[in-house]
Design a protein around this ligand. Structure first.
Ligand code: ATP
Length: 307
C-alpha cells in the first residue's frame, strides 16, 4: 500500500512531577501534570518495500535511524497488532530537543502510531491505540492525547485536566542532554543518601491546588505551584542548570523549573509579550544552547496531511 500520512505532535513539560517509591517492576510511581506545548515534531509514514527511518533537522545526528528509533518501534507494534507488515518509510522532522526532558522520542512514537493507523486505514479504537502507546513508553499515551492531563501509575494512566487560556513559556535548551534513567538513578541515590528512600504516599499526592489554578486560568496562581521532584537530581548531574534557572527568573519569568528529567528549563511568563522579552534576554545571557518560546496546553498528535 503506497501513499502517505503526516502527523504533527507536540512536546510536553510537566507542570508537576511527583516521584514516589521505586516499584517492583523497576519504574517509579508517579503523579504528574502534563502540559503539551506548541513545539512540534512531524512524522510522515509512507508505504514502501521495507521499514526505514530518516531524521531531518539540526538534532538529527543524536537520533537513531534504525529499528531502535521509537517511531519505528511504534510502527512495528501497531503492525503486529493489526496483522500487517511494517513496511513503511518513516520521516521525522525533528524540532523537539533530543534527550531534553520534553518527550521527543515519545512524540515521534505517538505521531507514527497516528500516521500509520491512517495510512493502513485501521479501524482501531482510541483505547486500543493508547494501550499500544503505553507499552512503547510512559509518556507516549500523553503525546497522543495532548492538552493538559494528570498522569498516574508510571505516567501512562491519564485523566484530562480542565484548563482555561494559554500559558506562555520560554524554553532554555541545554547543549548536552540527560538520560532519563540516569536522572532516576540519581534521585534514588540522593534519597538513599538523605535517608529518604521511601517517599511513600506524599510523593504521589494529586496536585489539587495546581489543578484548580489551571482551571482558573490565572497564570500568577499557577506559577508558584510548579514543582518537579526530579529537579534536584537533574541539578546534581548538570550543576550549570542552577545558573540557567536563576537567569530566567532574573530575566522576568514568573517561575522556572527543569522540564521532566531535564536538562531543558521551562520558564512560565505573564503573557506572550513577557515571554518574548524573557527569551531575548536569556538568549543574550549565553546560559543555553537555544532559547524558544512556546504556549500550551495544545492538542496532541494530529494528522496534518494525507495523500
Ligand atoms: P522523556 O522526556 O520522555 O524522558 P527525553 O525528551 O528526555 O525523554 P528523548 O528526546 O525522547 O528524551 O530521547 C531519549 C533517547 O531516546 C535519545 O537519546 C535517543 O537515543 C533515543 N531515541 C529513540 N528514538 C528517538 C526519537 N524518535 N527521537 C528522539 N530520540 C529517540
Amino acid at each position: 500500500m503506497m501513499g502517505g500520512a503526516t502527523a504533527r505532535v507536540p512536546a510536553k513539560i510537566n507542570l508537576h512531577l511527583g516521584v514516589g517509591p521505586l516499584r517492583d517492576d523497576g519504574y517509579h510511581e508517579l503523579s504528574t501534570l502534563y502540559c503539551a506545548l506548541s513545539l512540534y515534531d512531524e512524522v510522515t509514514v509512507r508505504g514502501d518495500d521495507a521499514l526505514s527511518v530518516t531524521v531531518r533537522g539540526e538534532n538529527r545526528r543524536q537520533v537513531p535511524s534504525d529499528a531502535t528509533n521509537l517511531a519505528a518501534r511504534a510502527v512495528v507494534a501497531l503492525a503486529r497488532h493489526a496483522g500487517m507488515d511494517p513496511h513503511v518509510a518513516i520521516t521525522i522532522d525533528k524540532t523537539i530537543p533530543v534527550a531534553g526532558g520534553m518527550a521527543g522520542g515519545s512524540a515521534d512514537a505517538a505521531g507514527a502510531l497516528v500516521a500509520a493507523a491512517r495510512l493502513w486505514r485501521l479501524d482501531i479504537a482510541r483505547d486500543e491505540l493508547l494501550a499500544i502507546a503505553a507499552e512503547l513508553g510512559s509518556d507516549v499515551p500523553f503525546s497522543v492525547v495532548g492538552g493538559a492531563a494528570l498522569g498516574t501509575g508510571r505516567g501512562e494512566q491519564l485523566l484530562p485536566v480542565l484548563h482555561r487560556g494559554a500559558l506562555h513559556w520560554v524554553l532554555a535548551v541545554s547543549g548536552s542532554g540527560l538520560s532519563t534513567p540516569d536522572v532516576y538513578r540519581e534521585i534514588d541515590r540522593l534519597r538513599a543518601r538523605d535517608g529518604d528512600d521511601q517517599p511513600a504516599a506524599a510523593g504521589v499526592a494529586r496536585p489539587d491546588e495546581l489543578m484548580q489554578a489551571l482551571a482558573s486560568g490565572d497564570v500568577r496562581a499557577v506559577a508558584p505551584l510548579l514543582h518537579n521532584d526530579l529537579q534536584p537530581a537533574a541539578l546534581s548531574l548538570q550543576p550549570m542548570l542552577r545558573r540557567t534557572l536563576r537567569a530566567g527568573r532574573e530575566a522576568g519569568a514568573l517561575a522556572g523549573i527543569v522540564s521532566g528529567s531535564g536538562p531543558t528549563c521551562a520558564f512560565l511568563c505573564a503573557d506572550e509579550d513577557a515571554a518574548v522579552r524573557v527569551a531575548a534576554e536569556l538568549s543574550g545571557s549565553g546560559v543555553a544552547k537555544a532559547v524558544r518560546t512556546a504556549s500550551g496546553p495544545v492538542a496532541g498528535a494530529r494528522l496534518i496531511a494525507v495523500n
